[in-house]
Design a protein around this ligand. Sequence first.
Ligand code: ZN
Ligand code: ZN
Length: 288
Amino acid sequence: MSFPRIFADLHTHTNASDGTLSPEELVKSACNAGLSAVAITDHDTLNGIPPALKVASSFEIQVVPGIELSCGWSENEGSVHVLGLFLDHESSQLNSILIERKEKRRVRAFKILDLLESLGIDVYPLRNAFSMEKEKALGRPHIARYLVEINKTPDFQSAFERYLVRGAPAYVPKPNLMPMEAIEVIKNSGGLAIVAHPGLFKDWKLVWEKIGNFPWDGLEVYYSEHNPNQISFFKTLVRERNWLFTGGSDFHGNENDKSKTLGEQGIEKNQFDFLLRKALQRKAESKF
Ligand SMILES: [Zn+2]
Ligand SMILES: [Zn+2]
């Protein structure tokens, strides 16, 4: 039995966020993996898109401009990742939201450092590093790694538990984007708003009660960590709602996570063409 060929992997990360490959290297690898299309969906940034688009023509591969927005609620650390696919990466609304979020994350990171300092921990080197780094997202993982380095805590996990989680002495709430805001800005940017890896919600029922009636375009049905039962459950849901389905590997570069191989998850050509048509309709209807 032969499996249908994966035509497009619609979920990948470059080093513009937390992947290890540059956008150019990612496009080249996607081509080598036999893909005809690849979406770049970095966390909360569009910086990987222009260099990827630039090299796409020389590799005969279609690059789909995308993003993965981290969303959540202030009363709950639980998060929802929202994929925006086929969007206009030059959209001024989307870009200004991303700049504002970056600034808020920065403010939060410095607040955490202030709290650690008030606990008598020397955070000077980290404060210095954060002041120099203007482009990359700063956050708790960097701080946790530093706390391990200076032997304040034995490992990454305990750094979070001891200092950084809700209830711990250096906890500062996350500046969250609401899922509904993400849907709106993606749609206004001519893109399709998709629930990323719904199989990873810790409590599906609880999250779905909150977001199930939002105007999603679809669900990421095919995903590296979805099991066959989840895939068929989400497929049925998508059919019932008359939504779209997408698929992708969530590749971050093999060094980061060997279980997520580029081009191993995705969609076939006819599904890709269908999504493309829907995105063109969206662009025709949207404001620009
Ligand atoms: Zn995600
Ligand atoms: Zn991802």
